[in-house]
Design a protein around this ligand. Structure first.
Ligand code: SAH
Ligand code: SF4
Ligand code: F3S
Length: 454
């Protein structure tokens, strides 16, 4: 029987990937996508636990779903409510206790068993909690993925063994696991056959990748990227999120050697102060980061960087914060995210004395937002007059217009024939706005990668 499924996704790209895979798992049961929870027979909240704010949103959304379930019951229909993802993993028992109307609670490593859980929940009207870390990886049990447009996420690595002192991810996602290269190349090949041109390789620590290679040895991420770039149809490759400690020589060389590897790297550094980096257990110093950026830029001169910063980590002084501002000024980012430190239950940093007052965190966050915003504007402005390949993946707002992503993830709009939808085109950037670039199609003659803009 046809049934409708609505999935609401919070958190990182890994969750976006997982949500798509959960939809794949439920498709054989007759579930197709609903536009809103109101139209659905089943709702999944795929949750994030990384900051307090993210987890709170889940409980308020559950309040709304409870009312929806009551209204549907009064009208004689039902609603299956499932909570998945990292809050489910960390607080599964609490969700079941606090929200008796939730039918299923499942962690990020068990969703290949979701169909069975739905059957169990509906059969006895029983409730299901499945937050194990199974011995067998879920990837071995998932159906083949379906393409949804010309860009796709591809999970290559999961979990984390780094244990930064502020972070819940090692607890919610479990230990480090790398998928075998053959399985990844197979998934990529199938997606490329369906028209996918751009792949974003995903992992909590994607450059810690060390999967079994197609030749029997262990492959690093650089090796995997080279193999992927050789597959027919694969035009563009990105990867996220990287840890500075795991940028090895071969991966840096891949930025020099693989033209399809996009010159844009999200490389979180969190702080510019060595004292704070040590307290965070990041296992590198600020100068290590500066040197790494220099090596990356030497390998790929048009590389641009993005990063994550935490302000107000316990014990962070004005001097530490100044060091962060100095690092940002020296490196220069195309874009960056900054967050107020959020104390997470069970993490070592939560127990540290000297928690920073909220007002100080607010001040520092505003300063970083300002600084990063200026750098992003300057970066966008410097793109005017440059040409680069853009994946045109959506119709624009106005007729005759297409929208796409630059190598640097900027939104680019251009007047172009509809036949160019879902293709990569070389565009000249004509103007920069706060959140997008305007472009024109580059002249047809000349080198594809570097045609001069008139
Ligand atoms: N694996 C990635 C980050 C995953 S979490 C890495 O190592 O860089 C994404 C971002 O959330 C982190 O980079 C960090 O900036 C932020 N973050 C994680 N835990 C946080 C916390 N307790 N408070 C504030 N920000 C946090
Ligand atoms: Fe969290 Fe650190 Fe692992 Fe990133 S590397 S997921 S910040 S513990
Ligand atoms: Fe959030 Fe889990 Fe991703 S905590 S950031 S959804 S790994």
């Amino acid at each position: 029987m046809a049934k409708k499924l609505f999935i609401k996704t919070y958190g990182c790209q890994m969750n976006v990937y997982d949500s798509a895979r959960m939809a794949d798992v439920l498709a054989p049961l007759g579930y197709t996508a609903a536009a809103a929870a109101e139209d659905a027979d089943m709702v999944i909240l795929n949750t994030c636990h990384v900051r307090e704010h993210a987890a709170e949103k889940v409980f308020s959304e559950l309040g709304r779903l409870r009312q929806l379930k009551q209204a549907k019951a009064a009208a004689g229909s039902g609603l299956v409510i499932a909570v998945a993802g990292c809050v489910a993993q960390a607080e599964g028992d609490e969700i079941l206790a606090r929200a008796p109307f939730v039918d299923i609670v499942l962690g990020p490593q068990t969703y290949h068993r979701l169909a069975e859980m739905v059957a169990r929940a509906s059969r006895a009207g029983g409730r299901v909690l499945d937050t194990e870390f199974p011995i067998e990886p879920k990837f071995d049990h998932l159906p083949a993925p379906r393409a949804d447009g010309p860009a796709a996420f591809l999970s290559v690595q999961e979990g984390c063994d780094k244990f930064c002192t502020f972070c819940v991810v090692p607890y919610t996602r479990g230990g480090e696991y790398s998928r075998p290269a053959a399985a990844i190349l197979d998934e990529a090949g199938r997606l490329a056959e369906q028209g996918v041109r751009e792949f974003t390789l995903l992992g909590q620590n994607v450059n810690a990748y060390h999967g079994a290679g197609a030749d029997g040895g262990s492959w690093g991420l650089g090796r995997l990227i080279r193999a992927l770039a050789r597959l027919p149809g694969v035009e563009r490759i990105r990867y996220t999120t990287s840890h500075p400690r795991d940028m090895d020589d071969d991966l840096i060389a891949a930025h020099r050697d693989v033209p399809g590897l996009m010159p844009f790297l999200h490389l979180p550094v969190q702080s510019g102060s060595d004292r704070i980096l040590t307290a965070m257990n990041r296992q590198h110093g600020a100068d290590d980061y500066r040197r790494l950026v220099d090596r990356l830029r030497a390998a790929r001169p048009d590389l641009a960087l993005s990063s994550d910063f935490i302000v107000g980590f316990p014990g962070e002084t004005d001097t530490d914060f100044e060091a962060t501002r100095r690092l940002i000024g020296q490196v220069g980012f195309a874009q960056a995210y900054s967050f107020k430190y959020s104390s997470r239950p069970g993490t070592p940093a939560a127990a540290l004395p000297e928690q920073v007052p909220e007002a100080v965190k607010d001040q520092r966050l505003a300063l970083l937002h300002g600084l990063i915003g200026e750098q992003a504007q300057a970066f966008n402005a410097a793109c005017v007059g440059r040409s680069f390949p853009v994946l045109l993946d959506r119709p624009g707002r106005h007729p005759g217009q297409l929208l796409g992503r630059s190598p640097y993830m900027q939104s680019v709009f251009v007047t172009a024939p509809e036949a160019m939808l879902n293709t990569v085109q070389t565009l000249c950037v004509a103007a920069a706005y706060t959140n997008s670039l305007a472009a024109v199609i580059a002249p047809a003659e000349g080198d594809k990668e570097a045609r001069a803009c008139a």
